[in-house]
Design a binder for this molecule. Structure first.
Ligand code: 28F
Length: 619
């Protein structure tokens, strides 16, 4: 019974609830068209469907119209207290009554039995009676206008892209549904309709990721009549991509944290493929195959339709019903194995892909073990030659600066505190780990130096307890090259050493771009904006103040003492800690694969969609 906090995710959950009610009407076969309008103020929305229309008859026991019962009765019943609903967690299924209670105003309009009815609410309370506003109406359906309560939400500005992406996904999951989205702020209009359903969605996801399929036709299953009237739609296709990509949904609602339906799918894939490989004796004798090898490169979509789904976890995006795992696995396994038997070329292509994954894993494990062996054999002896290590051996006080280029490395070595600060200079461009396997990553000198210096292994072999520094600080020039190298390093750390980021060990140094001297005072500015702010402050005190300004071309140009005073000294420096907020994990994942993946058009779209966030472009 949660809304997902009072930030953007919570705000958008209000919209998803209303849309999901309209989608339910379509899934049940009564509606085919949904219209969503984001109004000019960007803070209010109208959703309408051409379904049956919420019933308006007088409720037999409550003696008020059914629609009023639905919009004012909170699931928990009893007195509404907004704090019960405003904690982080999913919204699913708490019903339109919570949307009503958390909206400054809501207007419900129903077309039904040839008439049109309307009722207005404010913060969940009816401010008019349900009244008939027309006696002649064609068609039927429900329209809901709502304006979220600015006293409750930190922000009431809706994000059109988030809305568009969620709506389009609904139409991929329900091939006969049309959703029109009108953004009255910009005048843009989108009409979403994907007849091909989840197959089309899968093809879209493969194209988006530039993933090359290893077999021509995807596995597709639409299974009815499962336990408790449940039904499931699944599609799978193996590709050359380096990792598995599964998108799971329940009743068309995204479950980005997976859950028992996704576990059931993974079980079915593992046992069907394993049994196919055994039956056709396709495995090399001594090659040990893992579940991950079997699923490496597979793209999958699963949409489970069921009554009374239970969600759990921080963001309520994980399905919790325990019996679902075996129900889903049972429904898919046999069909998948028969599909492989009926398409031997596909079966062989998948077998080849699985064997390739197992071989690469054994190779990278050997590489990781050799790195670990080296760093285990003796802590000091096998460190990279370019590392200027620190004297202390207690990780909690030790810091590793990864510095761009030898000249900056030189300044940093002179300016550092040798007791606790180590310097690892990087030469040229770091490999883009987003598009590389672990083996290729470990063959890259720069990255394997980082792995060796940090000392806790990499990928599955990573052991945080062996971490040699509790601060890993990226120190790059404050220009586009420096930002690019930082991005490449962060991509590597995110893909192959993510616990370092999740546990808060990774930082970005903030070297100054400008030095400004006014009289006896010296100021350091991070960037243009900082420089303007400091200039304004100096002028405010003395409008004729003379200001000498120097722009640093790069770290290597900085005197060691200056670098120490502005960037290295823990007492004076400014560090940016790298973190992934819980409700932004999916956004992080998609942003990294968009920006660092093979698909240049996805990068182009990202840049064009965020261009007005750029202030001082440095190309
Ligand atoms: C803009 C959002 O909420 N559409 C909805 C219906 C239709 C029925 C319904 C909804 C029956 C008694 C529980 C109509 N006729 N769009 C929407 N369309 N709810 S919400 O019924 C609610 C249930 O209370 C509906 C016959 N059966 C159901």
């Amino acid at each position: 019974m949660y809304i997902g906090g009072t930030g953007k995710p919570g705000l958008h959950h209000l919209l998803w609830e209303v849309v999901d009610n309209a989608v339910d009407e379509a899934t049940n076969g009564y509606a085919s068209q949904i219209d969503v309008v984001l109004h000019k103020d960007g803070k209010s929305i109208t959703v309408s469907d051409n379904g049956r229309g919420i019933p308006v008859d007088i409720h037999p026991t409550k003696k008020i119209p059914t629609i009023e019962v639905i919009l004012t009765t909170l699931h928990a019943g009893g007195k509404f207290d907004s704090s019960n609903y405003i904690t982080s967690g999913g919204l699913h299924g708490v019903g339109a009554s919570v949307v009503n209670a958390l909206s400054e105003s809501l207007i419900a309009t129903v077309k039904r039995d040839g008439a049109i009815w309307e009722q207005r609410y404010e913060r969940g309370k009816p401010v008019t009676k349900l009244k008939k506003i027309s006696s002649s109406s064609r068609g039927s359906g429900t329209t809901m206008f709502f304006r979220p309560d600015a006293d409750i939400f930190e922000t009431v500005e809706f994000d059109p892209e988030t809305i568009a992406e969620n709506l389009e996904t609904k139409t991929y999951l329900n091939g006969s549904l049309r959703i029109a989205f009108k953004n009255e702020v910009t005048g843009e209009k989108h009409d979403y309709h994907h007849e091909g359903g989840i197959e089309e969605y899968l093809a879209h996801k493969l194209t988006e990721a530039k993933a090359r399929p290893v077999h021509p036709d995807p596995f597709v299953l639409r299974q009815e009549g499962m336990h408790d009237g449940a039904r499931v739609e699944v599609t799978l296709q193996w590709t050359e991509a380096p990792r598995e990509t599964l998108h799971s949904f329940v009743n068309g609602i995204p479950t980005s944290d997976g859950g028992t339906h996704e576990q059931g799918l993974k079980d079915a894939i593992r046992s069907a493929i394993r049994s196919y490989l055994d039956t056709h004796d396709l495995l090399p004798k001594k090659l040990e195959i893992s579940a991950d090898d079997i699923r490496e490169g597979v793209f999958g979509i699963i949409n489970l339709f069921m009554v009374d789904p239970q969600f759990q976890g921080q963001t309520k995006e994980k399905l919790n019903n325990p019996e679902t795992k075996s129900i889903v696995s049972g429904a898919i396994r046999l069909e998948l194995e028969q599909f492989l038997n009926r398409h031997p070329s596909t079966g062989e292509a998948i077998a080849t892909r699985v064997i390739q994954a197992a071989r690469a894993r054994h190779a990278s494990r050997a590489a990781a073990n050799s790195v670990r062996r080296k760093s285990n054999v003796s802590h000091r002896l096998n460190l990279p030659g370019k590392l200027a290590d620190c004297a202390s051996t207690s990780p909690d006080e030790c810091e590793l600066f990864i510095v761009e280029g030898d000249s900056a490395g030189g300044s940093a070595k002179q300016g550092r505190d040798r007791a606790t600060q180590a310097i690892l200079p990087l030469r040229g461009k770091v490999l883009n780990a987003e598009q590389a396997t672990l083996k290729k990553v470990m063959d890259n000198k720069e990255l394997s130096n980082v792995v060796q210096a940090v000392g806790c292994g990499v990928g599955e072999a990573l052991d945080i307890s062996k971490l040699r520094y509790h601060k890993i600080i990226l120190l790059m020039d404050a220009d586009s090259d420096g930002h690019h190298i930082s991005t490449l390093l962060l991509t590597f750390l995110y893909r192959y050493m993510r616990p370092l980021i999740e546990e808060g060990y990774v930082f970005i140094a903030q070297p100054p771009l400008f030095r400004m001297d006014s009289g006896k005072q010296t100021f350091w500015a991070l960037d243009e904006a900082d420089r303007e702010k400091i200039t304004a402050e100096i002028r405010k005190k003395n409008k004729n103040a003379k200001i000498e300004m120097q722009r640093f071309k790069g770290l290597g140009e900085m005197m060691p003492q200056t670098l120490k005073d502005t960037t290295l000294d823990p007492e004076k420096r400014r560090l940016l800690q790298v973190s992934i907020p819980t409700d932004e994990r999916l956004l992080t994942e998609t942003t990294i694969s968009q920006l660092m993946g093979k698909d240049a058009s996805a990068r182009f779209d990202f840049i064009m969609n965020n261009v007005d966030e750029v202030h001082n472009l440095d190309v």
